[in-house]
Design a protein around this ligand. Sequence first.
Ligand code: NAD
Length: 255
Amino acid sequence: MAAPIRLRSTLALVTGGGSGIGRAICQRLSQEGASVAVVDLNLDSAKETLQSLSRGIPGQDHVALTADVSRADHVRALMEQIQSYFSSPPRVAVNNAGITKDDFLLRLSEKNFESVLNVNLKGPFLITQAVAQSIVASGKNGGSIINMGSIVGKVGNLGQANYAASKSGVEGLTKTAAKELAKFDIRCNTVLPGFIATPMTDKVPQKVMDKIVSLVPMGRLGQPEDIADVCAFLASDDSRYITGASIEVTGGLYL
Ligand code: NAD
């Protein structure tokens, strides 16, 4: 079935757009008519995503950009590039870039704790702040910020103290941003994926994945498109009265 066209004349910024869930989000938002700024640390993979985007709506344009979302100087430069390319701020931002550096708590290094927090939590803070500032400065209210959490942030997971902490933090950040930014008509929501088949989960040993799938009531891993569809809904006006929410997309999994 053809995707609805709910994001005509909308500029969307998607971080981590070069792989997995982020790529599927860029594709889905473009099918809905959005222009997309595909942002990734890896410019080549962002460019690959760019090649796959829909361009069927008049005025639709896309760009691939590189930035490390954990660095304020990169985020500042990114926003300047987007402003000069599109002459308007993004109205939709999907903070999807994320990393894992798994280890059991007893062995987890300070470096691996900090790097996961920096990308997964500080990144969404920097982008949310910069996008909201640019919307407010434009004098025209309205926007939707979508942050990628994880079901692991709610329930914890063996070997992921750093990751679970970062994803719980994303929910707190998002709920607070939702309260502060509502007066500018900027909605902020968190998506909590369960286990989705992407390069990130490819790293998990097959034995562990088999066990996880056996715990999913719907009996399968999620696909990146399962998450992208929810992001398109949250980006669109169909979710106009939803803010500060955390939406689980897990096939029923609650570890
Ligand atoms: P992925 O590894 O396939 O893609 C992540 C992308 O983020 C990569 O393209 C990578 O280059 C980019 N990235 C990493 N660090 C970056 C940085 N500092 N700045 C900019 N870009 C950076 O992962 P995925 O599985 O598609 O995950 C996407 C998001 O979904 C992540 O936030 C992840 O935590 C979350 N998530 C994934 C799952 C899952 O099962 N795959 C489950 C829950 C939540």
